[in-house]
Design a protein around this ligand. Structure first.
Ligand code: TYD
Ligand code: MG
Length: 471
């Protein structure tokens, strides 16, 4: 009776969306406001004493910061040799790659290429002599994985001829950790974490549930920290992020990589949305081919490669992490209904779009109230930078008036509510990159900068002034 009561009192509820833990069930998560997202779970014994990872074997003592050991050698990263992947994992040029002991979450919608990238990377780390690499496949059989490896040209041996890439087809956490202890790999890939389950008294949650995901994720991350094994966890998210989600793992891991865009494009964009060991918002660009993912050698112009001046189209250089990429933005307007006109965007923020439409109406003299407006970022890359405002506004106005920009024009600038075009950070980097890729005229707020040879800066102070460049 007493046991029953005690067990009952330990039940908690975890939010599928934000991962917060609540003592009692509610229809709406008090932390993130998501409806119907709380699921029952039983925390492992010891964890209710306050520690997120249960009781530590030895209680750590607080120390003055000066007496802390900073580590004798600088961090030795494991480079895969796949440059675009190493770049998103972080590090300075020449020393980029995976940090030993790091936990990395690799998320994305099903079929986008997570398993493909992870298998290629696992083969690459093994080949580079990083040590043993263990690929745990919980969705496919070992044979299926072997076939895929053959197709991708992932070979088994490392430079010294030893077999270094190991494969385990299992879903039980206990058996997986046992194999990890036996093989002692330097890198472990778990594909996917959603299929792993832990079977003991402490976790009564059903396989695939949030409770299991949390328990298994935590145990693997603690293992990574204690042993120095780099742990890559693969997880699916749907477009809405509703699936019993890797979202709740985000705050537990060191690095979160997400595949952006959709599987219907050939390009694959991998973005670091969180990174304790590198720059965030860094992107890696790949092409999906018959032989797996290929890095794009010079990706700076990839997303504007098919750009031709036309009504409803403009190019903007955006800063993504440490580099500058040129992106084509497109817009289309068509007759809608006053009061219920549609505003749809793909890859761009809808609030920003609504603001720009209002500014174009008020300060640019456009009448868009009864027009449906559709905008998209070519290639599916998410653009959050205000520096893209000017290009987007010109794309919308161009679509509406059926006018276009001249050949070789590139736009960069943030637009304020007063219709003013604002200065942009890292303007020199943006302009030199766009000039390198053949753009010669730059619509921007500031002309104080010395442009590269052959390029010309054109000052536009307001949206109305910018619209005069459409013809
Ligand atoms: P996959 O890596 O299995 O996706 P995920 O693990 O994210 O669910 O990739 C599946 C898609 O990639 C599938 O539609 C086929 C395509 N693909 C190729 O085009 N070429 C290849 O060499 C491979 C392995 C997959
Ligand atoms: Mg997969």
């Amino acid at each position: 009776m007493l046991n029953g009561l005690m067990a009952k009192s330990r039940v908690q509820f975890v939010c599928r969306e934000c991962g917060s833990v609540q003592p009692r069930w509610a229809g709406k998560c008090p932390d993130c406001g998501m409806w119907n997202a709380l699921e029952e779970f039983t925390p492992p014994p010891g964890s209710e004493s306050g520690g997120r990872f249960g009781q530590l074997p030895e209680a750590p003592q607080a120390q003055p910061i000066g007496q802390l050991d900073a580590g004798a050698a600088p961090l030795q990263r494991l480079a895969s040799g796949i440059g675009e992947l190493d770049r998103v994992l972080g590090g300075s040029p020449g020393g980029q790659g995976l940090v030993p002991g790091a936990a990395v979450l690799v998320g994305g919608s099903p079929g986008i290429g997570k398993s493909t990238l992870m298998l290629q990377a696992a083969g690459a780390w093994a080949r580079q002599g990083a040590g043993r690499v263990l690929y745990v496949t919980s969705e496919e059989s070992a044979q299926q994985l072997r076939l895929r490896a053959d197709r991708l040209g992932v070979t088994a041996s490392s430079t010294n001829g030893d077999e270094q890439l190991y494969v385990l087809a299992d879903t039980s956490l206990l058996r997986i950790t046992e194999q990890i202890r036996k093989i002692q790999p330097a890198v472990v890939v778990i594909d996917s974490i959603q299929m792993i389950y832990k079977q003991d008294q402490s976790t009564s949650a059903a396989p695939g549930s949030v409770g299991q995901l949390r328990a298994c994720g935590q145990e693997l991350i603690v293992l990574a920290k204690m042993t120095g094994i780099a742990m890559l966890l693969v997880g699916h998210v749907t477009k809405q992020g509703t699936l019993a989600g890797p979202r709740l793992l985000e705050h537990m891991v060191d690095t979160v990589l997400y595949f952006e865009g959709d599987r219907y494009h050939n390009h694959r964009i991998v973005r670091a949305i969180k990174n304790r060991f590198g720059a965030t918002l860094e992107v890696g660009l790949f092409d999906m081919t018959d032989g797996g993912l290929r890095e794009v050698a010079d990706g700076a112009g990839l997303l504007a490669a098919e750009y031709q001046p036309r009504a409803g189209s403009a190019v903007c250089p955006v800063i993504q992490g440490t580099r500058c990429l040129l992106v084509e933005l497109q817009a289309l307007t068509s007759t809608g209904f006053l009061g219920s006109a549609k505003r749809k965007s793909s890859g761009l923020d809808t609030n920003r779009l609504a603001m720009l439409i209002a500014v174009l109406e008020k300060r640019g003299g456009l009448r868009l109230a009864d027009q449906d407006v559709f905008v998209s970022s070519v290639g599916g890359m998410k653009i959050a930078e205000p520096a893209a405002d000017l290009a987007l506004a010109l794309a919308i106005a161009g679509a509406h008036h059926n006018r276009q920009l001249d050949h070789g024009v590139c736009c960069v600038g943030e637009i304020g509510l007063g219709g003013e075009v604002r200065h942009t950070q890292q303007l020199a980097q943006r302009i030199s990159e766009a000039a390198r890729l053949g753009f010669s005229q730059f619509l921007t707020a500031s002309t104080s900068l010395k442009p590269p040879k052959g390029a010309k800066l054109i000052a536009v102070k307001t949206v109305a002034e910018a619209l005069e460049h459409l013809n």
